[in-house]
Design a protein around this ligand. Structure first.
Ligand SMILES: O=P(O)(O)OC[C@H]1O[C@H](OP(=O)(O)OP(=O)(O)O)[C@H](O)[C@@H]1O
Ligand SMILES: Nc1ncnc2[nH]cnc12
Length: 179
């Protein structure tokens, strides 16, 4: 494992049975609290954004905001928040989905994405892939192109990658860590 992967992995805390029995929660708050690790993560994701030719970063509420916003600044790109339903004040597009522990609906401001945009989606964890799949559908419905999806950590045993592949239509899925 490379030094950066070891650093990132060492700053993710496993919390058993959160938020419900049977879930091993991957807590990124120790990583966020370590400036060397957070900077290394931001740099690695910004490099992916540049390689993908992205014109905008979409961050998925809430942890995708924390990771995606500094990446957008570092890469010189706009940041678009995809929020849980009911939080955005303007005209929105919405998409319902299931996740490892429940179901939800996400929304984006329809005017934030155009046919000229190539969007990199950023989140902390890819679990079942439900959230990421819904975001890809939302971006396409807004008329923009999906440049790819980048996550800090993929939970391989939940098979999110296989679920996402048809929705991605060849766009890359980059996971810095896979467990
Ligand atoms: O691949 P999935 O099964 O869809 O799960 C992954 C999603 O679950 C978590 O977010 P959560 O909805 O818990 O929201 P939060 O970031 O606001 O805590 C995580 O940050 C991803 O967005
Ligand atoms: N096990 C997990 N840890 C952190 N975030 C998650 N989102 C969905 N499953 C998760």
């Amino acid at each position: 494992m490379t030094d950066i992967k070891e650093l990132l992995l060492s700053r993710i805390r496993d919390v058993a049975d959160y938020p419900e029995p049977g879930v091993m929660f991957k807590d990124i708050t120790p990583l966020l609290a370590d400036p060397a690790a957070f900077t290394a993560l931001t740099d690695a994701l910004a490099e992916i954004a540049e390689g993908a030719g992205a014109t905008k970063i979409v961050g998925l509420e809430a942890r995708g905001f924390i990771l995606g916003a500094p990446v957008a600044v570092r890469a010189g790109l706009g940041f678009i928040p995809v929020r849980k339903a009911g939080k955005l004040p303007g005209a929105t597009l919405g998409q319902a989905y299931d996740l490892e522990y429940g179901s939800a609906e996400i929304e984006v401001h329809a005017e934030d994405l155009t046919a000229d945009d190539r969007v990199l989606v950023i989140d902390d964890v890819l679990a079942t892939g439900g959230t990421a799949e819904a975001s890809v559908q939302l971006i396409r419905r807004a008329g923009a192109e999906v440049a790819g999806l980048a996550v800090l950590m993929e939970l391989g045993f939940l098979s999110g990658r296989a679920r996402l592949e048809p929705a991605l239509r060849g766009a890359p899925l980059e996971a810095l860590l896979t467990v």
